[in-house]
Design a protein around this ligand. Structure first.
Ligand code: PAF
Length: 280
């Protein structure tokens, strides 16, 4: 595995792959890699000839009071893990490579509507930071396909919309969420949880399973959402949202009918914000 930090070198290596007729997959990450990320890398491996993983803690997707400064950074361990999981090229750019005019003055890419709801409501500007950096990474790597985890479901739909709307020839592949044995979705932020919070955290997944069963039993969606919120609040979560939405565009579902739905939760334990979702 090769590690590159500069755009020129990245383009040189990728040019070699393309000249050999190889299909390139990109797995964008913010590093601090865990089994959930490595599952993305393995899926990429099975779908392309060459796997490129980017590691970049993107400043523009963090709000002023969020954890950008303390977000865990572990590039050496990440590189070791990526080598073991079949990554061909690690792209670990410096901030001024992706933001040559500074992150405050960057050209930005905004997906209207979808960016402002659910996580976008609780984290204003977050998704514009994500779609901006993902566009930059897509332009830098020009992959044939890119892998995104289902855990960040809203992000995945935003990227699909971005690619379609900007006519980018990139297939967006969704990788299933990887969970701990007790159901907690893997996330770099799980390491912020204290022991009591960690014991409580799998209740999110239990709640999603409960929501799915209620929808299957024909319960009114608004009632299911309200009960899910009340249950999590009673357990000690500060709930941002408990929502049942249409799976294709996150628009309000109204009634369940035959449409594919997704249950989505976001809640805080102390200062740690956890999200999870389940297709219904
Ligand atoms: O999902 C993430 O880790 C980030 O939002 C991403 C897609 C790498 C953009 O910084």
């Amino acid at each position: 595995m090769q590690t590159v930090i500069a755009l020129g070198e990245l383009r040189l290596v990728l040019g070699g792959f393309r000249a050999a007729g190889q299909r390139i997959a990109l797995v964008p990450t913010m590093g601090n890699l865990h089994a959930g990320h490595y599952a993305l890398v393995e899926l990429a491996r099975s779908r392309a000839d060459r796997v490129v993983v980017s590691v970049f803690v993107n400043p523009t997707q963090f709000g002023p009071n969020e954890d950008f400064a303390r977000y865990p950074r572990s590039l050496d361990a990440d590189a070791e893990g990526l080598r073991a999981h079949g990554c061909d090229l690690l792209f670990a750019p410096a901030a001024d490579t992706l933001y040559p005019y500074g992150s405050a003055d960057t050209v930005s890419v905004q997906v209207p509507g979808l960016s402002d709801q659910l996580c976008g409501q609780a984290r204003p500007g977050h998704f514009t930071g994500v779609t901006t950096v993902v566009t930059k990474l897509f332009n830098a790597v020009q992959p044939d396909l890119a892998i995104f985890g289902q855990k960040d479901y809203q992000q995945l739909l935003l990227v699909r919309r971005l690619v379609a709307d900007l006519c980018l020839p990139i297939e967006i592949v969704m990788a299933p969420t990887v969970r701990e044995a007790d159901g907690l979705a893997l996330s770099s932020r799980n390491q912020y949880l204290g022991p009591e919070q960690r014991a409580l955290a799998p209740a999110l997944y239990q709640c999603l399973l409960w929501m799915r069963a209620q929808v299957a039993a024909g319960q009114p969606l608004a009632e299911v959402e309200a009960k899910a919120r009340a249950d999590l609040t009673a357990r000690g979560f500060a709930v941002d949202y408990a929502a049942l939405r249409r799976a294709d565009d996150l628009s309000p579902a109204g009634i369940a009918g035959n449409q594919a739905l997704v249950g989505l939760l976001a809640a805080r334990l102390g200062t740690t914000r956890l999200i999870d979702n389940l297709l219904v």
